[in-house]
Design a protein around this ligand. Structure first.
Ligand SMILES: [Zn+2]
Length: 247
């Protein structure tokens, strides 16, 4: 039964949503901005739109409205603000990665500013990871867009396995951290790679954290404007990855 089912009281609906989203809040802090949380129905799926300038990915996730918990960054830009500077929100999931991203983007900062921003992120990170990372049996899917200069060919040297079925579309591909998920994904018509280990350097990305923690994670990359193929990859994953444990 879904939360929208007729006959359920408001309290029952609230309890149902609490079961899939036990954190209470509808917003999560990420650096000095927030992630909007949208919980729909009972499911082990989690979905993330983390780069605000990747509008194709945002539209795909909003229109697909899959059952599960979706997170949308409240920004139109790629970087998010922090302490008067900025950071890539997909580079702050480890201390080392965050420090590297802060130093690259805020060259005018003093050493004390780097240390203070790093401490702030260290304090924030456990809550953020606890909310974003799927429970056992669940999967986190992140949707990204890219332009020329980044493609599956960038990731192939870093990957343990590769399925390159559509060489005409190297910018459209999926990246998995679970070998079992990859074994299914390589039966799809889409390009995909497996990155189940996390060799140095530590870039602070969410995919690296998921590989380190043994979490099931899939990144769906599509060229900007490639709404149709990104939606097709999302629909394929929801239809074909193993059934999720409900929680
Ligand atoms: Zn991105």
């Amino acid at each position: 039964m879904t939360p929208e089912s007729p006959g359920r009281t408001r309290r029952e609906v609230a309890l149902g949503l609490a079961a899939i989203w036990p954190f209470g809040r509808r917003k999560l802090e990420i650096a000095d901005t927030r992630l909007r949380v949208v919980a729909r129905g009972r499911s082990g799926w989690r979905f993330l739109h983390i780069h605000g300038d990747e509008s194709t990915a945002r539209t795909v996730l909003e229109q697909a409205a899959p059952a599960g918990v979706s997170f949308f960054v409240e920004s139109e830009r790629r970087e998010v603000p922090i302490a008067g500077g900025s950071i890539d929100p997909n580079r702050l999931f480890s201390h080392a990665g965050a420090d590297r991203s802060l130093r690259r983007r805020n060259r005018q900062w003093s050493e004390a500013q780097f240390i203070n921003a790093g401490l702030h992120l260290d304090h924030q990170r456990p809550k953020l990871l606890d909310a974003l990372l799927p429970r056992d049996g669940g999967v986190l899917i992140a949707l990204h867009n890219n332009g020329m200069g980044y493609s599956i060919e960038t990731e192939i040297p870093l990957s343990q396995k590769v399925s390159f079925k559509d060489p005409a579309r190297p910018g459209d591909f999926m990246l998995a951290t679970s070998a079992r998920d990859f074994a299914l994904m390589e039966t799809s018509p889409f390009n995909c790679v497996l990155q189940s280990s996390a060799p140095p350097p530590d870039d602070g990305s969410l995919s690296r954290q998921c590989a380190l923690q043994g979490k099931r994670y899939v990144n769906i990359e599509a060229r900007s404007g490639g709404q149709e193929i990104q939606r097709a990859m999302l629909d394929w994953l929801i239809a074909h990855l193993p059934p999720q444990q409900e929680f």
